[in-house]
Design a binder for this molecule. Structure first.
Ligand SMILES: *Cc1c(COP(=O)(O)O)cnc(C)c1O
Length: 399
């Protein structure tokens, strides 16, 4: 049996050609200490019991698997099921790894958890986890994003985190990363930088994947219990790739299960307004690791765009790059228009308003289901709910 799940990454943090630690030697040393502490702490019963209890009683796990009957009937073809990560406390899958990271920081005796946020989703999930675990939290956010994402800014303040406005550069995500990283470098022994997806230097792609893998573990058992067999196809949206790898990991060794990651095609793959890293990117380094990148000729990250702010990142998790190269996972792209259509269809046929990120996965499932037979099944990871997007969509569609 190929053990794709456990054999990766190697001891240098590589998934095939991707990942690693593209950092100065003192930083590599610090990352290796985090890796050692992670391997040790997460093996203890105290840590596992605490995390499992929080997943059950705080997040509300296991999240259900729901058969979307009306959507299936409307489209015809394969039966579509949803893994309901949208029902988690705080409304998305991000709480799974934020709780893990906050708890890890506490068990390692760190004094402060740091992160950047773009649209504020990672910031809110992390501020929530830190409030619960009882550890200081500091989030860096661009001034432009602070104005744009007001409800999330308010939530972070209520949750008690320190919000640091970033006024340099374009005052958006990349500048927030730089600013948060500078703060982290002031005391990396006592601070913990909590990365928001399966990206960044080793060990973060591993750590975040492991905390998210609960999604696929549950889904595999639940689907078996419900249908007596595994799903034929899994579909998840891919920004950095954490919700997708969370679902896929438990199925990687099941050869019969096809897996599809869905990227944002934005205004079209033939324009410069998308964030389809896998479809249009090339190998390079970003934020301390190697992966497919949307980059210019000098290797600088290109500006990226998606209607779903949680998907617009110019890099992607290293394990996804490897899974693409070995053809274990297929990567497809969905544009803004298809995303909006799926958003409305799921809302009106099922009474479930999805996050715009998740609507990319729904849109691809709708396309694919038609080409499959009605004794086949598709399981979509519904990574989050669309409360945050409702006003924007209503405005866009003049509802
Ligand atoms: C942040 C976010 C994503 C994208 O992140 P991944 O790491 O690719 O999962 C997807 N869906 C929702 C709801 C999000 O908040």
């Amino acid at each position: 049996m190929t053990t794709l799940t456990t054999a990766m990454p190697d001891e240098k943090g590589y998934f095939g050609e991707y990942g690693g630690q593209i950092l100065p030697p003192p930083m590599i040393e610090i990352m290796n200490q985090i890796n050692d502490a992670y391997d040790e702490v997460t093996q203890t019963k105290a840590f596992q019991d605490e995390l499992n209890e929080l997943y059950a009683d705080y997040v509300g796990r296991p999240s259900p698997i729901y058969f979307a009957r009306r959507l299936t009937d409307k489209i015809g073809g394969a039966r579509i099921f949803l893994k309901r990560e949208d029902l988690n406390h705080t409304g998305a899958h991000k709480i799974n790894h934020c709780l893990g990271e906050a708890l890890l920081a506490k068990h390692m005796g760190k004094t402060k958890v740091l992160a950047e946020t773009g649209a504020g989703q990672h910031g809110v999930a992390l501020a929530t986890a830190c409030a619960l675990v009882g550890i200081d939290c500091e989030i860096h956010m661009g001034e432009v994003d602070i104005v744009k994402e007001h409800p999330n800014v308010t939530k972070m303040k209520i949750l008690g985190c320190k919000l640091v406005p970033v006024s340099r550069g374009t005052q958006t995500l990349k500048d927030a990363v730089d600013s948060a990283f500078e703060e982290y470098m002031k005391d990396p022994v006592n601070f913990f930088y909590a990365i928001g997806s399966v990206v960044g230097p080793h060990p973060f792609p591993k750590i975040v994947r492991d905390f998210q893998s609960i999604v696929g573990k549950e889904a595999r058992e639940q689907f078996m219990a419900k249908e007596g067999k595994l799903p034929d196809t899994l579909i998840a949206c891919v920004g950095g790739g954490s919700n997708a790898i969370g679902l896929f990991t438990a199925f990687l060794d099941d050869e019969s299960v096809k897996m599809i990651g869905v990227e944002p095609a934005g205004k079209g793959l033939d324009t410069d307004q998308h964030a389809a890293t896998m479809s249009k990117g090339s190998k390079g380094a970003i934020h301390g690791f190697e992966c497919y990148n949307l980059q210019d000729d000098e290797g600088n990250p290109l500006p990226v765009y998606s209607i779903a702010s949680g998907l617009d990142y110019p890099g992607v998790g290293p394990q996804h790059c490897h899974l693409k190269d070995i053809k274990r996972v297929q990567y497809e792209a969905i544009d803004d228009k298809e995303c909006l259509d799926a958003f409305m269809q799921l809302s009106r046929l099922e009474g479930i308003i999805p996050a715009l990120e998740s609507a990319h996965a729904i849109a691809y499932a709708m396309k694919l289901a038609k080409t499959m037979s009605n004794d086949e099944t598709i399981l979509v990871n519904l990574s989050g709910r669309g409360d945050k997007d409702a006003d924007f969509v209503a405005d866009k569609l003049s509802l």
